[in-house]
Design a protein around this ligand. Sequence first.
Ligand SMILES: C[S@@+](CC[C@H](N)C(=O)[O-])C[C@H]1O[C@@H](n2cnc3c(N)ncnc32)[C@H](O)[C@@H]1O
Length: 288
Amino acid sequence: MQHVSVMPVETLEALQLQSGFSVVDATAGMGGHSRLLSTAVGPSGHVYACDTDPESLRMAEANCAGSPGPISFLHTPFSRLRMTLNANNVGLVDALMADFGTSMMHFQTGERGFSLMHDGPLDMRLDRTGNSPTAADLVNSLSEKELADLIYTTGERRSRAIARALVRARPVVTMKQFASTILAAVPRTGKLHPATLACLSLRIATNHEYLEIDALISQLSSLVRPGGRVAFITFHSGEDLIAKTGSRRLAKEGIAKLINKHVLVPTPEEVRRNPASRSAKMRVLEML
Ligand SMILES: C[S@@+](CC[C@H](N)C(=O)[O-])C[C@H]1O[C@@H](n2cnc3c(N)ncnc32)[C@H](O)[C@@H]1O
């Protein structure tokens, strides 16, 4: 399965890696960036490839076979990153990157319940090892108002009508049922499936994505040494707002400085080659 890593050149430039550096890839995904980082830090360096999804980590490990240097694959959400690194005797590292969101594997595996294009259980959990609530659990247990508020978090203006339809259709257990219930309740306008934003809202809530990004930013001074670089890649305005607010907070507190005044974006050539990169935005920090 292919996941084309976004902004590879910009990532390496931003992190200013040198041979022998230790670097955390907080979102190993399918291992594309981890492999790239390993090439940059070489056999004397070390990459800590982390992900909250153990299934992604297994693929990352297979895809990184034969990388030039050592890579440790660690199962951890952002919120437990410092604890996980402690447990593996890893101190401050020289650089860290995070490429937020989900990978192609999540969208192409119907059984994970992330994609409107593939039927499967309405799951959407990045980490299926625990008993945390699935997307279906949220749809079937929240009050209609709570569900409407949740759906509104991505700016879906028809959130009330969508929540009402979903509550009437309960129990909603598959992606097909979720998508067809919304399609029947609100008119299709433009190319986007009318359930697209509701689907994103549900994914963000199921995985506490904004809280997790904020937890990562709050730990940065205990993860990366002074002078070390950090790069974040976001894919939608909600994610970018959390990354922007958190980065500015660190700058205001004198914990990090912002390297790029404006976000970096992929080149037109990259967007042509990999349309999935079109919404990517990169923010870069240097720890003080
Ligand atoms: C866009 S993909 C990364 C792709 C990767 N850079 C590559 O080149 O293959 C994002 C990854 O972040 C992981 N992720 C999302 N939220 C996370 C969290 N809170 N903690 C750790 N990993 C997370 C997802 O499981 C997914 O594998």
